[in-house]
Design a protein around this ligand. Structure first.
Ligand code: SF4
Length: 432
């Protein structure tokens, strides 16, 4: 099992906090490291982040074996791994540190720092201005060398970074190391004229950034497959050919400029968005490998197919923990997180296949015992379910995506107890 770095098991991350600035010199943009992790900055950042996102109740539940129970009425079972991951903690720390280090400079954020609306609202309240994750010319031209630009945890596209470098602004780069590992893999495929097949969501910031790496050297191709049905379509094309125009229309927006399925499906390397469902990613690579083996023979498949597991440790740990929790299924499952959060959506998907599951972004979505508003990821809209909270003794599973702060988990648990009409029981204090 992949493990999160020890120093990030919150408390607060003690991760390296280093930004990068590009200085104009002889017309060239040169990278220069700046360190935001000065003790004076970090002390203030840690206090502020704790005050915004920490939950005493969640820490006490953790210390109580992840269970909170009023026997005969309500038992909450919290997954063993949930909520903020090391990459998210680091991104938030860096954004807060940037504000502290540059109190008088304009700070811009490319899109969202992470996929959680409450956290993004908080960042905006600190005077950090959101611009598009792929800024247009007007937004780029408005950036000056005096400005700070924060790159979010998912990274940014190569073209956007280059345009911003040309403006001479200072970057605070919060791209997660696990995302950068995928980039490295995709760049390697590209150098070896291997087409990157990226299992991911073509519209997601991380996958947009990753796929841009396949073109970073000017050549190289990619194709993004979202699910097993799309994978099967690609496998069938590899084995039997087909109508190129139909293929290109089906995958519109999910392949590189100049991609030709008749030319660029001969040598494939699979990578995945870090937050996909692990079992599905394994099946994607298994099916593509089988197709390449049938096409080229088992002795030569190594020349035509590569695979590297790029699911991140945090995603894997949260999926493993939920799988364990669901072995003895509770009566229902609450999955907490931003509706555009990929890793959260996969937790909800795991639950849906086994028990009533509600994907909510905060406690206010539990309107009453008779009504809950929750995200339906298949319809891609918030829907309402009536009579969702059964009468009588109830066990509720709770988990949260990697971008969900503990204070929102607390809010959901408190609301559950309120709706069941019981006080939250006393618990031992959290282990410090
Ligand atoms: S979910 Fe994984 S890849 Fe994304 S920020 Fe967290 S650790 Fe990094």
């Amino acid at each position: 099992m992949k493990q999160e770095p020890e120093d990030s098991r919150r408390g607060l991350s003690a991760s390296r906090i280093v930004g990068m600035t590009m200085e104009a010199q002889d017309g060239q943009q040169r990278p220069k490291k700046i360190n935001l992790r000065r003790p004076d900055i970090m002390e203030a950042v840690q206090a502020q982040v704790l005050s915004h996102y920490r939950s005493n109740l969640v820490e006490r539940i953790r210390a109580n074996g992840h269970v909170l129970s009023v026997p005969g009425v309500l038992t909450v079972k919290l997954a063993k791994e949930f909520g903020f991951c090391y990459g998210v903690e680091r991104a938030i720390d860096l954004a807060y540190a940037a504000r502290k280090a540059f109190p008088d400079r304009r700070i811009f954020l490319l899109g969202e720092i992470i996929h959680n609306p409450e956290v993004n609202d908080q960042i905006r309240r600190m005077g950090i201005v959101t611009i598009a994750s792929r800024p247009d010319d007007a937004e780029i031209e408005a950036i000056t060398p005096e400005d700070i630009v924060i790159i979010p945890a998912f990274g940014t596209e190569v073209a956007t970074r280059k345009k911003l470098e040309a403006r001479g602004c200072t970057f605070v780069d919060t791209t997660c190391g696990d995302v950068m590992s995928v980039w490295k893999r995709v760049r390697q495929y590209s150098k070896e004229s291997v087409t990157s097949i990226i299992h991911g969501k073509a519209w997601h910031e991380e996958t947009l950034a990753t796929s841009s790496q396949a073109r970073a050297n000017g050549s190289g191709h990619y194709l993004v497959v979202f699910n097993l049905a799309e994978t099967d379509y690609v496998c069938d094309y590899i084995l039997n050919g087909g109508d190129k125009a139909v293929f290109l229309e089906k995958f519109k927006g999910a392949y590189s400029d100049g991609f030709d399925p008749d030319l660029h499906l001969k040598a494939l390397g699979v990578a995945n968005q870090t937050t996909m469902l692990r079992g599905e990613t394994e099946e994607v690579q298994r099916r593509l490998r089988a197709a390449m083996e049938r096409k080229h023979g088992s002795e030569r498949v190594g020349d035509h197919f590569r695979f590297f597991d790029t699911i991140c440790g945090a995603t894997q740990d949260r999926q493993d923990a939920l799988e364990k929790l669901l072995k003895t299924p509770p009566d229902l499952l609450l999955v907490i997180g931003g509706y555009n959060s990929s890793n959260t959506s996969h937790l909800a998907e795991m639950g849906e296949s086994i028990l009533p599951t509600y994907f909510i972004k905060n406690g206010s979505k539990m309107v009453s015992t008779g009504l809950i508003q929750h995200w339906d990821q298949h319809k891609r809209e918030e829907v309402e379910t009536r009579d969702w909270l059964p009468w009588g003794p109830l066990t509720v599973g709770v988990t949260a995506g990697a971008s969900c702060p503990n204070n929102l988990i607390e809010e959901v648990i408190e609301r559950l107890f309120e709706l069941k009409g019981v006080e939250i029981p006393g618990l031992p204090p959290p282990v410090s």
